[in-house]
Design a protein around this ligand. Structure first.
Ligand code: NAP
Length: 491
């Protein structure tokens, strides 16, 4: 199947934090893939910035090195050489006023030219960078700003950051990235729901027993001790990625795919989340912290050793029972789970339908399991519909739970772009559908803040779990006591 490439207009992309991990590992490889697919229009430029001093050729060589490591098989030598000619480096400390004139001089002065500022620095610089961009008169009508997560560490700090950026850029110019929304399978959630007649009539609590969202990582904190100690799994994963996924599963059909129609519907879901606070947190939340155990490459140490703090109460695992108080979903719990040092890296949404009301099959036919729709985000993106079927052959009516299995790599033979590829091109095009609007971010924090507060006021520490297991036993109990199970048995 051929992929259709729609060219984007010429652009300047200025990356603050242009020598960081995110830039080298994700952003530049993503741009490279779009470049080799012929999506760019000249004259486009990518400007990397940081406090380091770099000769232009040394920076380009550094980018080329990163592409060879991180851009996969696409990284052929001569194309890389061509691509890196788009790059320019400006030494600039965002806390000082030096370097900004050089940045200004490298940007296309045409007010209609697309100019995107990517904030790939520590989040506590975001407000200061926005102010400096304004002070140095870099905002044009076609300028836009891309903000990485995390936006704030609670509702109040998120509002401060949003206020500071909002003083310089209008809401239409602000692109808050949640890279999960750029994943092909996440977008497929919308296609599945709204481009098929099969699912939407069943997409409610009358037919769906529960929904599960699991985002499991097998890695630990990978040298990000300082950030992670302050964040924890609830802020790092649930406030953004898991709640965004929940919104796409639970939202009403938007009037169209335009940015505000989709975001209006997601916002309604966030507003309908049943509050979790000190009165019910012990019942519907489980937080855990990994201890020494099995990692992918052998034995690994525990979280406290990883961060050098024996008294750390930071959670590396969260499981939640979330209820949505509206007509569509009352009575259908959403179980969310995420953690580090789990047995494998897997992100999956499972929609578990209700049991059949009555069985006509004799007991010896076997147990009739729920129909499950499993949407796999990573790895091996695809969709499985688990159905009960007759086992082939003689032996009477023996029933089996078996999947209709659609692995995207098998069905679509084209290269599936990484999330950042899609998102960066959307920024250049000015399409904000897959980005978070300010009121969404704030509604998510309004729901998260009371959980953080409830946890802060309890004596309990996070429950321990061994690295290489699926989290603390209490997380299993959270669903088992309601007669359900997490779905790794179907993975
Ligand atoms: P990083 O590797 O520590 O890079 C930070 C970048 O900021 C470097 O280029 C650094 O270069 C630059 N920098 C630091 N202080 C500066 C200053 N005063 N003025 C100008 N530049 C400065 O961090 P990262 O992992 O790339 O993460 C960047 C942001 O993206 C963070 O907000 C992070 O939470 C978010 N994020 C990262 C990932 C990821 O996969 N890495 C994923 C999602 C979100 P110099 O030190 O040379 O100035």
């Amino acid at each position: 199947m051929a992929s259709r490439i729609l060219k984007v207009p010429p652009f300047d992309l200025a990356v603050f934090g242009g020598t960081g991990d995110l830039a080298y590992r994700k952003l530049y490889p993503a741009l490279f893939h779009r470049y080799i697919d012929g999506q760019f229009t000249a004259p486009s430029k990518i400007i990397g910035m940081s406090r380091q001093a770099f000769e232009q050729d040394a920076f380009r060589a550094k980018v080329a090195g990163a592409l060879k490591r991180f851009a996969g098989g696409a990284a052929a030598g001569s194309t890389i050489d061509e691509f890196v000619q788009m790059f320019q480096f400006v030494t600039l400390d965002v806390e000082s006023d030096e370097g900004w004139d050089e940045l200004k001089a490298s940007l296309n002065p045409d007010p209609a030219a697309v100019r995107a500022f990517y904030l790939a620095t520590r989040p506590d610089y975001f407000a200061a960078i926005a102010k400096k961009i304004a002070a140095h008169q870099l905002v044009t009508p076609s300028a836009r700003i891309i903000v990485e997560k995390p936006i704030g560490k609670d509702g109040a700090s998120a509002a401060r950051t949003n206020d500071a950026i909002g003083e310089v850029f209008s809401e239409q110019q602000i692109f808050r990235i949640d890279h999960y929304l750029g994943k092909e399978t996440v977008q497929n959630l919308m296609a599945l729901r709204f481009a098929n007649a099969l699912f939407e009539p069943l997409w409610n609590s009358a037919h769906i027993d529960h929904v599960e969202v699991t985002v499991a990582e097998s890695i630990g904190i990978e040298g990000r001790a300082r950030y992670y100690e302050e964040a924890g799994a609830l802020r790092d994963m649930v406030q953004n990625h898991l709640l965004q996924l929940l919104c796409l599963i639970a939202m009403e059909p938007p009037a169209s795919l335009d940015a505000d129609s989709v975001r209006d519907e997601k916002l309604k879901v966030l507003k309908a989340l049943k509050p979790v606070d000190a009165s019910n947190a012990a019942e519907v939340t489980v937080r855990g912290q990994y201890r020494a155990g099995a990692g992918e490459g052998g034995a690994v140490q525990g979280y406290c050793e990883d961060v050098g703090n024996n008294y750390s109460k930071t959670e590396t695992f969260v499981a939640l029972k979330v209820e949505i108080a509206n007509w569509r979903w009352a009575g259908t719990p959403f179980y969310l789970r995420t953690g580090k040092r789990l047995p494998k890296r897997i992100s999956e949404v499972t929609v578990a339908f209700r049991e059949i009301p009555h069985s006509i099959f004799p007991e010896e036919s076997g147990i009739i399991r729920r129909t499950r729709l499993v949407i796999r985000l990573q790895p091996d993106e695809g969709i499985k519909l688990w159905l009960m079927l007759k086992e082939p052959g003689a032996g009477g009516m023996r029933l089996q739970h078996a999947p209709l299995d659609m692995n995207f790599a098998d069905v679509f033979s084209i290269y599936a772009p990484e999330a950042y590829e899609r998102l960066l091109m959307d920024v250049i095009r000015g399409n904000a559908t897959l980005f978070m609007r300010r009121d969404e971010v704030e509604a998510a924090w309004r729901w998260i803040d009371p959980i953080l507060e409830a946890w802060a006021h309890t004596e309990d520490a996070p429950r321990p779990y061994f690295a290489g297991t699926w989290g603390p036993a209490a997380a299993i109990a959270l669903v088992v006591r309601e007669g359900r199970s997490w779905s790794e048995e179907f993975a």
